[in-house]
Design a protein around this ligand. Structure first.
Ligand SMILES: NC(=O)c1ccc[n+]([C@@H]2O[C@H](COP(=O)([O-])OP(=O)(O)OC[C@H]3O[C@@H](n4cnc5c(N)ncnc54)[C@H](OP(=O)(O)O)[C@@H]3O)[C@@H](O)[C@H]2O)c1
Length: 253
């Protein structure tokens, strides 16, 4: 596998990079944080820097992916969209939609020729918020619902051409984005972070948040060149199966 990880500088994406390198794979890690990428280079990663809102970044990603023969992509870029209706600014709404939804679609267009040539895999890290709405998380839910429906539409369109487009919908995973979101939810709910955390843990049968390595391992399961479901709901039980059965059918080779 020759893997490109978008948003590989932090959080789930960074853990995907490290696990893939440990398994001996060629990895191209993308992000904006040059110091974080330089650290990944010491583990053997190729790196590429750029803001996904800029067309030049997408063009550079397409060129570099072609040079390296990338056949698998994990799209792990994302921003939190927490906040009550009264504190959610128009700028934040635009950023959430732009990074969580629009940048994924533009990225696929930039990489499509490379993926078609190699019968590749394109995995989007969506969210449990793609599967069910969450209070105080309206813009993020909208962005993640939209990207999941884009995945399902593209999976049907691209499968006959040999490219598998897939999504993983993780539950709450301990990262910087998670910390930002939980602080915003607690404030919007007018609760302390401790009270809010305890309330959410009560909704999760496992009664714990996922460590980043666990979500990264599930993401790499979805990135394998082997039959996989189009969508994997990996939520620790917070989203009951009854909500999502229509999303989990359909295997791709
Ligand atoms: N953590 C959770 O509980 C959870 C649950 C379900 C789904 N998810 C999803 O999983 C994915 C990864 O989230 P995470 O928790 O690992 O978040 P994270 O630690 O905050 O990492 C987000 C990544 O996105 C990159 N990014 C953000 N804005 C960008 C921009 N404008 N241009 C280029 N790159 C940009 C960041 O790059 P730099 O840092 O280099 O700027 C970073 O590498 C996201 O799609 C998120 O929505 C997370």
């Amino acid at each position: 596998m020759k893997l490109l990880v978008i948003g590989g500088s932090q959080g789930i994406g960074r853990s995907v990079v490290l696990q893939a390198l440990a398994a001996g794979q060629v990895v191209l890690a993308h992000g904006r944080d040059e110091a974080a990428l330089a650290e990944l280079a010491t583990h053997g990663a190729h790196t590429i820097v750029g803001d996904l809102r800029e067309s030049a970044t997408l063009e550079a990603l397409g060129n570099r992916a072609d040079e390296l023969g990338i056949d698998t992509v994990v799209a792990s870029q994302g921003v939190a969209g927490d906040g009550a209706l009264t504190t959610l600014t128009p700028e934040r709404i635009r950023l959430v939609m732009e990074i969580n939804t629009v940048s994924v679609i533009r990225l696929y267009h930039a990489l499509r020729a490379t993926l078609l040539e190699r019968r590749g895999i394109f995995v989007v890290i969506a969210s449990q918020a793609s599967l069910r709405p969450e209070r105080f998380d309206s813009a993020y839910c909208a962005s993640k619902w939209a990207v999941l429906h884009w995945v399902q539409s593209m999976a049907a369109l691209e499968s006959p051409h040999g490219v598998s487009v897939r999504a993983i919908c993780p539950g709450r995973t301990k990262t910087a984005l998670f910390d930002d979101a939980m602080a915003g939810f607690a404030a919007a709910a007018e609760m302390s972070l401790e009270e809010y955390t305890e309330m959410i843990l009560g909704l999760i049968p496992l009664r714990r948040f996922a460590p980043v390595e666990e979500t990264a391992a599930a993401t790499l399961f979805m990135a394998a060149h082997a039959p996989r479901p189009t969508v994997l709901a990996e939520t620790g039980g917070e989203v009951p199966y009854s909500i999502a059965p229509f999303l989990v059918g359909g295997h791709q080779g």
